[in-house]
Design a binder for this molecule. Structure first.
Ligand code: FES
Length: 350
């Protein structure tokens, strides 16, 4: 594999194909569960167009392309065939049941059996954390990472399901969320101060399918530091968990309580992501306070967006060992994340 492509503006076709293939055996969030009914919905995952629909008690996921004359199945509807739900193509009425089996071809001559070639591929789907997740491989490499605060009633949760796609790769999106050395520069006054740009020592280790890092720091008082007020910086500990390769949970523990930033990023394609955020807090939990926290979260997101979208190469930074890094302690988690991605075959060794 040539290495030069990762220093060019656009990855090579080979690198793009490698990214798409390497990401297939993982669970990817594609839609909020509340947004799916028996009305089919079109989504795109790793460059592939898919159709989702609730059919009976299950969520079915098929290629959004009919096996007959390739019309888009998401333009169709769920009907009943032989007492069971089936997704009917809008073009000639072929209908596909659970598992992608073609259940009806209206034009089929009497007595003829529906050929297996008419069936669709059915992809694996599941619901968790209020989202629909899809795996494009027969088996997922890892299960979904735990999110204990999600089901803990002590935590007040708000969601931010971004309708707008980001012009970045999922790997850059996770790296941009994992990186804390940008806090004083991009989020000054909220997450850091340029008077204190030196990163603290980070501990980094692997735990099952998760990369974990931990460090102590100080941040300006505010909504994300236990609602702290006054002028004095607040001491807190971050423990960050990256569920490889596309979920991250940042846990901030301060004297005022715990604030959690959770992101599951959908690789729409190598250069597009759709982000699903959940923010949880165990203090200041009155529902009427949610709007303030939502506004602050959206503001921080808007600060990050142009920076992350500007990063090139698209998929990952150039080979770390060939770059002089003056701020090793803060970059250590990013290096470890990148190494793991390489081991999983999501990006080529660079
Ligand atoms: Fe779908 Fe013909 S294209 S039934």
């Amino acid at each position: 594999m040539a290495r030069a492509h990762l220093t060019e503006d656009q990855p090579s076709e080979e690198a793009i194909a490698g990214f798409r293939a390497g990401m297939r055996p993982f669970w990817h969030p594609v839609l909020a569960g509340a947004d799916l009914s028996d009305k089919p919905v079109a989504v795109r995952l790793l460059g592939q167009r898919l159709v989702l629909a609730r059919m009976g008690a299950t969520v079915q996921v098929f290629p959004d392309t009919c096996s007959h004359f390739q019309a888009q199945l998401s333009l169709g509807k769920v009907v009943t065939v032989d007492g069971k739900p089936a997704l009917q193509c809008p073009y000639h009425g072929w209908a596909f049941g659970e598992g992608g089996r073609c259940a009806r071809i209206p034009q089929l001559p009497e007595g003829r059996k529906i050929p297996a070639a008419a069936d669709l591929t059915a992809y694996r789907a599941r619901e968790a954390y209020g989202l629909i997740w899809v795996c494009l491989a027969e088996q997922a490499t890892y299960d979904l990472p735990p999110f204990p605060e999600h089901d803990d009633p002590a935590f007040r949760k708000i969601r931010l399901n971004e309708a707008e796609e980001m012009r970045t790769s999922a790997t850059r999106m996770i790296m941009g969320t994992l990186d804390d050395t940008h806090f004083p520069w991009v989020h000054e006054g909220i997450l850091g101060s340029q008077d204190h740009p030196k990163p603290p020592e980070h501990e980094v280790w692997r735990e099952g399918s998760q990369l974990v890092l931990s460090y102590e720091t100080e941040q300006p008082p505010g909504l994300m530091t236990g609602g702290g007020a006054g002028a004095a910086p607040v001491k807190l500990r971050y423990t960050d968990y990256v569920g490889m390769p596309n979920v991250i949970r940042l846990v901030k523990d301060s004297p005022g309580g715990r604030y959690v930033i959770w992101l599951a990023t959908c690789p729409v394609d190598w250069n597009r992501t759709r982000n699903f955020w959940i923010f949880a807090r165990d203090y200041d939990t009155a529902p009427e306070r949610d709007a303030t926290y939502t506004e602050m979260a959206a503001h921080v997101r808007q600060q990050d967006k142009p920076i992350i979208e500007s990063q090139r190469p698209w998929l990952l930074p150039p080979f770390w060992s060939k770059v002089e890094l003056p701020i090793r302690p803060g970059d250590l988690p990013l290096i470890q994340y990148q190494k793991w991605l390489e081991k999983l075959g999501i990006v080529t060794a660079i």
